[in-house]
Design a protein around this ligand. Structure first.
Ligand code: NZQ
Ligand code: ZN
Length: 393
């Protein structure tokens, strides 16, 4: 095991009707003027936003709403939220929704606490985030794990660059998680979420270091999400399936499933370029690239892919090579079975691309020649281009 620090301080409030406790938790963490950040309207339609506002009113907590966050949320929109929050005098930000609303809430919190900074400097690592406003979350989709993660992902629409910011300041104070709030999700969004949850663990699991406990936790999480995900896409009102997925979403991305390892996250980086350029949903972008990435790198440490096939898919018959490849195929088949694209031609936002586009994607993914990606196998610009070529079918 490598040395690590594990700090996952978010207070999780899980179960039916927990959103009714929002005022109590805002007060507990020092809030008195709240900006409620939400997306394109699902929480208005479901009545959740009104119920949250009423709960704050009843506790005499002043609040304003800032809606309109889009999937793959933009820096530009977050800046509008910062301006509104400053005008309102917000001292607490609550994200009501999924990763996009929560990540925007985090961006707004950083902007209000650092009014003289262009917050993109945080995302490009020109400046460290040293202070922020407290953020709380009411989660409505199990997917990104932002409700307990140290990350926030924004897209600079002017350049098409999608970047993640990792800082302890991104950890929310509380996360209210009522699985019933996810009942209204379209099956496609459930599938995107299931894929993203799997990928947060897979992107940690495939790393050069073996850690028995961490790896066993990762495998248990994957088996659970695979089984419950298949139920959830067919019946979004299955409380058992929706709750297992919801909790898995947090555990998959709060650091737990990679402790003592080095992580990889190459598929996430490959996927971010696709969302930045084509606005494809995050989970779908990951399903599109994963099988091709796996085919490209599995020989680096075939034993890890064999263990994955054995313990997650119960595939044991055959040579190491056959078992490893069967585990990859089972994953790709699973993504297809829940309606995810697994190559460019299956992704309606993308389609087969020219060689020029593939080169551009690869160049962007290296941050214009400034970095390699991945830890299981380190990938340079040529590797990245080769993988995009494999995806381009
Ligand atoms: O915008 P509304 O109207 O709310 O609709 C959303 C949106 O269209 C809808 N939705 C959410 N809850 C719903 C619902 N529809 C009906 N009923 C509900 N209960 O679902 C759509 C997707 O929402 P979004 O917030 O975009 O989904 P997700 O949670 O997957 O977040 C994706 C974003 O998070 C980033 C992704 O890159 C992407 O930008 N990520 C953030 C991470 C983090 N902060 O730790 C890590 C991840 O790897 C990821 O990169
Ligand atoms: Zn993700």
């Amino acid at each position: 095991m490598q040395s690590f620090t594990y700090w996952s301080p978010t207070e999780v409030v899980f179960g039916k009707d927990t959103e009714n406790q929002v005022a109590e938790y805002v007060k507990k963490y020092g809030g008195s003027r709240v900006l409620l950040v939400y997306g394109g309207g699902s929480v208005v339609k479901s009545g959740l936003l009104d119920r949250v506002a009423a709960a704050l009113d009843a506790a005499d907590i002043a609040h304003e709403s800032f809606g309109g966050v889009q999937p793959n949320p933009s820096l530009e929109h977050a800046k509008e939220g910062i301006a509104q929050a400053i005008d309102f005098g917000a001292d607490f930000i609550v994200g009501v929704g999924g990763g996009s609303a929560i990540d925007t809430a985090k961006g707004i919190a950083h902007g209000v606490a650092n009014p003289d900074v262009d917050i993109w400097d945080f995302w490009t690592e020109k400046l460290p985030v040293e202070k922020s406003l407290p953020v709380g979350v009411i989660l409505t989709i199990s997917a990104a794990g932002s409700e307990t993660s140290s990350s926030s992902v924004l897209t600079n629409k002017a350049t098409g660059s999608k970047r993640g910011l990792d800082t302890p300041c991104n950890r929310p104070k509380f996360a209210i998680m009522n699985p019933e709030l996810t009942y209204t999700l379209p099956p496609y969004q459930v599938a995107c979420g299931v894929t993203d949850i799997m990928m947060h663990t897979l992107d940690r699991y495939f790393n050069p270091i073996d850690n028995e406990l961490t790896d066993a936790i990762a495998e248990a999480l994957l088996r659970t999400v695979i089984a419950k995900g298949a139920v959830a896409v067919k019946d979004t009102h299955d409380y058992d399936a929706m709750s297992e997925i919801m909790w898995a979403g947090s555990l998959s991305h709060n650091g737990l499933t990679g402790l003592g390892g080095t992580g990889d996250f190459a598929p996430h980086q490959l996927g971010h370029e696709l969302s930045g350029m084509f606005d494809i949903a995050h989970g779908a972008s990951l399903a599109t690239v994963w099988g091709h990435w796996a085919q490209y790198v599995y020989k680096t440490k075939i034993a890890r892919f064999v263990r994955y096939a054995n313990n997650v898919w119960n595939i044991t018959e055959g040579s190491d090579e056959e078992v490893a490849l069967a585990g990859i195929q089972a994953t790709v088949d699973y993504f297809k079975s829940i309606g995810m694209p697994t190559c460019f031609s299956e992704a309606e936002e993308i389609g087969v691309q020219s060689d020029e586009v593939l080169k551009d994607l690869a160049y962007r993914c290296t941050f214009e020649g400034e970095r390699t990606i991945g830890g299981f196998q380190v990938l340079d610009g040529d590797d990245i281009y080769n993988i995009y070529k494999m995806v381009n079918v």
